[in-house]
Design a protein around this ligand. Structure first.
Ligand code: 5GP
Ligand code: MG
Length: 184
């Protein structure tokens, strides 16, 4: 059942329509992903790179389910303005300070939509000569016509509607919701 959206409506200007992935469902899947990642990387240094801001909640839950040594850093890219339609303009606002060369890089993304953001990040990260590069996405809309690198780890196949919550925003609102919901 949806909680009261009165206060969210005031700040977000939009209302939630329905919960698509609830808290328990997300927690269960994140635990599984942690296990998948744990067994997928037997040796070498692992750097988990979160693509901000959308991945911040997913990443913090995910790394606590990965049972091996790892490092965490972030990338900041911006591809959307206040609208819900992809502009295709991907800007890099923060570059990780951590050395990438020779490490297993796991790029953590909130959602794969057109794939433009990911394609840009993948080519950028490959230039840094990591030992390996894989993607972990919480949500995948399977809309991308061309993906440089298909995510090796995916939380859920997502409906092709605009989603918010669990890190995902609409004009910077709704990121704090513990579930993923669609907008009206
Ligand atoms: P892409 O470059 O794949 O089109 O878009 C990737 C980025 O767009 C995501 O990291 C996310 O920030 C944003 N995005 C794409 N689809 C959605 C969506 O359904 N909801 C929200 N809140 N953001 C989205
Ligand atoms: Mg966004």
């Amino acid at each position: 059942m949806l909680p009261s959206t009165a206060s969210l409506k005031q700040t977000g200007g939009r209302e939630l329509k329905r919960i698509v992935f609830d808290e328990q469902t997300i927690a269960r899947r994140v635990r599984e992903l942690g296990q998948e990642i744990t067994v997928a990387y037997p040796d070498g240094e692992l750097l988990v790179l979160g693509l901000l801001k959308g991945s911040f909640i997913f990443l913090s839950d995910l790394v606590r389910r990965i049972e091996r040594p790892l490092q965490v850093d972030f990338l900041v890219a911006a591809s959307y303005g206040a609208d819900t339609i992809s502009s295709g303009n991907v800007r890099l606002l923060y570059d990780p300070e951590t050395e990438l060369r020779g490490k297993h890089i796991l790029l953590v993304e909130d959602i794969v939509d057109t794939g433009k953001t990911l394609n840009r990040m993948v080519s950028l990260l490959r230039e840094r000569a990591p030992r390996s590069l894989e993607i972990c996405a919480l949500l995948h809309k399977h809309l991308a016509q061309h993906l440089e690198l298909e995510p090796a780890f995916v939380g859920f196949d997502a409906p092709r509607v605009f989603l918010v919550g669990y890190g995902l925003d609409h004009a910077e609102n709704f990121r704090h919701l513990p579930y993923v919901a669609s907008l009206t």
